[in-house]
Design a protein around this ligand. Structure first.
Ligand code: GLC
Length: 424
């Protein structure tokens, strides 16, 4: 479509490309997530790079719902657009987006060797390093220490304990006048974040990963059905019904306002809970998520990387920006101000990082044993698999399907989409 806007944009892009080629200042467009402090911190370091190098940066905000962000990226990249040079990509996307991304290895000067090897392996598709690791995520249980102390309850280590304690404290606090108090907030919207929560419920009950590492589809099983039944029981009881539309920031909003006893979230929520002026400053603890019957405490592995578009007109410069943003200095600053877990093992020996974020030392096991979503087996089909899983889960949470029915349907949808019931 040749709209005036399109011509204008093409004109600008050409002008920038020419400026870059002639060695003048170029403008690099970087797209970052916008959960919590993500956008602010991205802007701050990108601008610091621009100042140091004499180039310019434009930070493009994206939706804070991971699945909406993916849809936007697929649209931009699918059109071969040069609108965005650098993309913040989710740990589950390299297999989906690899064909549109540059191989960073030729220009990385070996920087990847300083990051967690498993993350580098995750970002390597058909021998090409399509993104540089930026921060690691694992699902964590945030709890109100003050409320557990007041009600003489321990940090829950099973889902049953969590459910009972959440109920007790919620009831007591409401009776004492805080009628907005909830027991447990988490991410129940139909999107990628629900896949992360539901995978934790499943594996912590011994119910598997929907598709196993050998490609076998395992969705239809009684342990996962039990896990979903437990979670559905929270909705409207210890969790507001609105949790069915909560992503990370909606759940944090309730917890940050002092209106929830427990919250499942990623590490970024720590720096905000502890910020000056926060209602819950000094009142929050972090623990591993609880275990189910016969299962173990489980965290879903998350995280983000930075990638350079194949369609960038300033790929060399964009790669320099990525190397700067993922450097030890910037990752340390992001850990100190934003509690983003570094992807560089060396920073876990840094006293300042550990002091600002005690959980990074104390809960190292939650990160090292975190469970990956089934991307390795499903490759470019991962988003479809995840979409089926979060929809099935959402149906159960919303009460529109029974766990067994939803899982039977999920299993047959996945079988139909795969090669004869397996994924590789
Ligand atoms: C965080 C994680 C990412 C996950 C998403 C789900 O952004 O880094 O891996 O997919 O949350 O909402």
């Amino acid at each position: 479509m040749h709209t005036p806007g399109r011509w204008l944009r093409t004109g600008i892009a050409l002008a920038l490309a020419t400026a870059g080629a002639a060695g003048h200042a170029a403008s690099i467009k970087i797209s970052c997530g916008s959960v919590g402090q993500e956008l602010d911190l991205c802007k701050r370091s990108a601008e610091a790079w621009a100042k140091q190098t004499g180039h310019q940066v434009q930070v493009v905000a994206t939706p804070n719902d991971a699945s909406e962000r993916l849809a936007l990226y697929q649209q931009v990249l699918g059109a071969g657009s040069d609108k965005i040079d650098v993309f913040q990509i989710d740990v589950v996307w390299p297999g989906l987006l690899a064909n549109h991304l540059q191989d960073l290895k030729p220009a990385s000067r070996g920087a990847e060797a300083q990051h967690f090897p498993a993350f580098v392996a995750n970002n390597t598709v058909a021998g090409r390093l399509v993104a540089m690791p930026w921060f690691v995520n694992a699902g964590l249980l945030f709890y109100r220490k003050d409320l557990l102390d007041k009600h003489k309850l321990a940090v829950p280590s099973t889902w049953t304990e969590l459910t009972t304690s959440a109920r007790r404290i919620q009831d007591a606090e409401r009776a004492a006048g805080n009628d907005r108090m909830w027991g447990y907030v988490w991410q129940g919207r139909a999107y990628e974040g629900l896949t992360c929560n539901a995978l934790e419920w499943s594996v912590s009950h011994g119910g598997g990963s929907i598709v196993e590492s050998d490609g076998r589809i395992s969705a239809r099983n009684p342990k996962l059905a039990d896990a979903l039944k437990t979670a559905a029981g929270w909705v409207g009881s210890i969790s507001p019904t609105a949790v069915l539309n909560y992503a990370e920031e909606e759940s944090r909003g309730v917890f940050q306002a002092g209106n929830a006893v427990f919250m499942r979230n990623w590490p970024y929520a720590w720096s905000l809970a502890q910020a000056d002026g926060s209602t819950i400053k000094g009142k929050v603890g972090i623990a591993p998520l609880p275990a189910g019957p016969g299962g173990k405490p489980t965290a879903t592995l998350g995280g983000e990387s930075l990638a350079v578009s194949k369609y960038s007109r300033n790929a060399a410069l964009a790669t320099e920006l990525v190397l700067y943003m993922t450097s030890a200095a910037v990752q340390k600053e992001r850990a100190l101000t934003g509690s983003f877990n570094p992807t560089r093992p060396a920073l876990y020996q840094d006293a300042e990082v550990l002091k600002a974020n005690p959980f990074m030392g104390d809960l190292v096991g939650a990160f090292t044993s975190a469970v990956a979503r089934p991307t390795a087996a499903t490759g470019s089909q991962y988003n479809k698999v995840s979409n089926e899983f979060w929809n099935a889960t959402h149906d159960v949470l919303a009460g529109s399907a029974k766990p067994d029915e939803a899982l039977a349907k999920l299993e047959s949808n996945l079988k139909r989409a795969s090669r004869g019931g397996r994924w590789n």
